[in-house]
Every structure is written in structure tokens, then in C-alpha cells.
Design a protein around this ligand. Structure first.
Ligand code: 8YV
Length: 329
């Protein structure tokens, strides 16, 4: 009997070894061995040849790329939860199924959110820089004072899985949890988290000590924190973003940080990654990370496993478990 041809799966970036090995066993996997971010031309070449594309956040799978897709391209199994790098509408119109990897990076991203809340409020990175530079003159009662978390108000923008995981951790630090979301979360979750829902984002922003961005980037959330809304924040407020840079007007936020109109910012994501504004780099009151919210070995393997399950289920002729529909966003 002739062997059935394995589907061509183009993987745009290096994935954990164990995942790549399994992918090569199951599929005709084409790997990006040197892990360079793919150019638009390379992506076009990929969608022309692939049955399945496995992109990451660094690939813009937009309408220009999808317009070049061959008839064989039936599935885009993204390695990640956010799907703002994929044109979902064009994919649907071309009959291409899209999947993502929700759930398995929730706890890691929530950990990173708390790490940034602590780092900004207690000036961890500033202190570390000072010690390394050999500039520490010794303990003093008024040196390196930050802000206590206990008793403060945390406003979470976007109360999905990650927002809820942030809220759970925040309770442990004595923060009171407030949130804005398109709709309230289930009553039992609100009760468990002792979370207060704010129908008005504006009103919530004006009352918070810390604001954490945990909503996806969609057309509706692009610059959700625009110049007008940022001005509602109190000058002692800190912003933390582990979601997508595009949710905040970065220029407007940077201007406010420069003028002391905001206390600080902890940013894991930026509007034009990997470019970071030189103005932000000059500021002491910001902590800047290279989009590492989900960067744990366990998380990346779990994400890869989800990609494999989505691919395998799909090529076996079934609906993949993590199918993404435009209506979800
Ligand atoms: C991922 C992320 O690492 O899943 C997401 O949406 O932002 C990241 O944590 C990245 O997207 C990988 O493609």
C-alpha cells in the first residue's frame, strides 16, 4: 500500500526540541532552523507551499500574505494565544481555519504581571542597577522608597483567564481587585476574587493605584488607553502591560511618564516590537521586558503540544479544540 502523504506544516520559528521532534514524526514539518523572524516574502512562500502554517506573534499573516495562499493551505495553527497578527476575516473568507493556544500560558503571564507590579512599585530594577553600578552608599531611612502594595487598588482591564489569574495573585498581596470587561464575569468568580466590576472604564481608571492591561488587542481595544483616558489616571498610578503594546497609546504614556504625571510603568510589550522608544529607555521609573510573559520552558512546551493537537485533529478531519472565530474578539 502506498504511504499517505504527510501534510506539509511550515513552522515559522524554532520551537522546543521535543515539539519539533514530534512534529517531524507526525507531519512533513518544515522548520526555521536559524530562528530568524520571517520576512513577508518568506511568509508568502510559506503559505503557497504549506497545508498548515504555524506562525507566532512575529509573523504578520495579513491579507497581503493570505492573498497569495495556495488552495492547499487549510489551517493556521498559531503558537500563542493572541491572534492579532492574523487577519481572521480574510482567513475565514478563504476557508482557512485558525487555532491558538489558550489556557496554557495563563499562569506564567499572570506571574509576570505580578513581577512587573512588584518591580515597579518597589523599584527592584532601579535598586539592582544601583548596586551593580557600585553606587550604593549604604542604607538610609529615605533611600529607594517605593510604594506598598497592601491596601492599594488594582484595576484590571480585561478579565479573561489571565486577568482572573492576576486577580487571584493580587488578593494574596493585599490588593483590592477592580476590573473592567465587556461583561461581568460569573458571580462565583467575582465572589471568589472579591472583585468589583466597573461598567465605566473611565471611572475605574480615575480611582486606581495600579492598572494592569490584560485584554487582547483587537480593533476595539487599539489605543483603549488613549491620551484622554491616560490623563484620568492619578499621578501616583503605575501601569503594567503584559498584553499587547497597541492597547496603550505609547507616545502619550511616555510623555506623561517623562513629566511625572504617572508614577511608573512595567512593560513587557510595545507598540513596535522589538523597537523600544529611546525616550522610554531614558526613564528610571519604567521596567522594560522583551515580551517574555509566557517565556517558561513548561509553558512553551505546553503551547507546542496544543499546536500539535490542533494540527493533528484538523488533519484527521475533525474540528480542532482551539478553533478561533472572529466573533470571539
Ligand atoms: C507568546 C503572547 O509567546 O500568546 C501570546 O499571545 O503574547 C506570547 O506570550 C507569543 O504570542 C508567541 O507567538
Amino acid at each position: 500500500m502506498p504511504q499517505k502523504k504527510k501534510p506539509v506544516v511550515v513552522v515559522t520559528r524554532r520551537l522546543p526540541d521535543v515539539i519539533e521532534t514530534r512534529m517531524m514524526e507526525l507531519f512533513d514539518a518544515r522548520l526555521n532552523t536559524d530562528d530568524h523572524p520571517m520576512s513577508q516574502n518568506e511568509l508568502i512562500e510559506a503559505v503557497r507551499t504549506a497545508d498548515v502554517l504555524v506562525p507566532t506573534v512575529t509573523d504578520r499573516v495579513d491579507s497581503a500574505v493570505l492573498a497569495q495562499a495556495g488552495d492547499n493551505l487549510r489551517l493556521i495553527a498559531s503558537f500563542g494565544t493572541g491572534v492579532d497578527h492574523i487577519d481572521l476575516k480574510t482567513a475565514r473568507q478563504r476557508g482557512i481555519t485558525v487555532t491558538n493556544t489558550p489556557g496554557v500560558l495563563t499562569e506564567d503571564t499572570a506571574d509576570m504581571t505580578l513581577a512587573l507590579i512588584l518591580a515597579t512599585s518597589r523599584r527592584l530594577v532601579e535598586g539592582e542597577r544601583l548596586v551593580r553600578a557600585g553606587d550604593w552608599g549604604g542604607w538610609s531611612p529615605t533611600h529607594m522608597l517605593g510604594h506598598r502594595l497592601w491596601g492599594k487598588r488594582l484595576g484590571i482591564v480585561g478579565m479573561g483567564r489571565i486577568g482572573q489569574a492576576v486577580a487571584r495573585r493580587a488578593r494574596g498581596f493585599g490588593l483590592s481587585v477592580h476590573y473592567h470587561n465587556r461583561r461581568t464575569v460569573a458571580e462565583e468568580i467575582e465572589d471568589e476574587l472579591e472583585a468589583t466590576y466597573w461598567d465605566s472604564l473611565d471611572q475605574m481608571l480615575a480611582r486606581m493605584d495600579i492598572v494592569s492591561i490584560n485584554c487582547p488587542h483587537t480593533p476595539a481595544t487599539f489605543h483603549l488607553l488613549n491620551a484622554r483616558r491616560l490623563k484620568l489616571l492619578q499621578p501616583h498610578c503605575t501601569i503594567v502591560n503584559t498584553s499587547r503594546g497597541e492597547v496603550i497609546d505609547e507616545n502619550a504614556m511616555t510623555r506623561m511618564l517623562e513629566r511625572g504625571e504617572l508614577a511608573g510603568a512595567g512593560l513587557d510589550v510595545f507598540e513596535n516590537e522589538p523597537a523600544v522608544s529611546p525616550k522610554l529607555l531614558k526613564l528610571d521609573n519604567v521596567v522594560l521586558l522583551p515580551h517574555m510573559g509566557s517565556a517558561t520552558i513548561e509553558g512553551r512546551i505546553a503551547m507546542g503540544e496544543k499546536v500539535i493537537i490542533n494540527c493533528k485533529t484538523f488533519v484527521d478531519g475533525h474540528t480542532p479544540p482551539d478553533r478561533v472565530l472572529e466573533t470571539m474578539f
